[in-house]
Design a protein around this ligand. Sequence first.
Ligand code: PXP
Length: 238
Amino acid sequence: MLLGVNIDHIATLRNARGGIEPNVLTAARMCIDLGASSITTHLREDRRHIKDSDVQSIRNLSKVRLNLEMAMTDEMQEIALKLRPHAVCIVPEKRQELTTEGGLDVAGQLERATKFVRPLIEKGIEVSMFIDADISQVSAAYKCGVPFIELHTGRYSEDFGTDKEEESFQALKGAATFAQTLGLKVNAGHGLNYENVKRMHEIPDLVELNIGHSIIARAVFVGLSQAVEEMKKLVEEK
Ligand code: PXP
């Protein structure tokens, strides 16, 4: 399985002060140098974290495979067709949500979705649809002609460690297996952390996991000791 790292929250932190630190390009390069298979960013309609200039700069980096998450809007389609990221993941988007709350309803808008992805696929962009572990959504994504789906692991992540875990996990596994019998390649992500990620190995042939929040959150604590040590030295030494 491959690891795609979502660096949106590097940008969240940067935007808190409006400067350039922490630098998203440095983060993207570091993740790739450390073995991440791709860099995922969600260019949201409200640009609350990643900005247009960020995705362009990341796209310009050699060696970095960019997976652009975006809503199914004309604006985003135009951006993607110009930018030509290596991959695009179509996600639902609600302005007020804190994060992507559920999967895209492909079944409920099959014609629109099929039309939307066609030019992207024709440009050679690897298109994926972020959907819930639901057989009707998997079938609809297949009908759209995309090569990939990304299964939303949010429910499984929330249910992890509770008596609902098994049901949520089996739904993911069933949806992944069904998708694979149709010839779809399957990624997964959302809410995965250092505990619940382990069960992803029980789902055969998942291609890539896209993980953001837990990695950036852990990076704070893994990095805090060095950061304090370095500053303490500078403060104490003349
Ligand atoms: N995959 C998709 C399609 C997402 O929208 C997100 C969140 O932006 C993720 C993966 C990563 O989720 P998390 O930050 O919870 O790891």
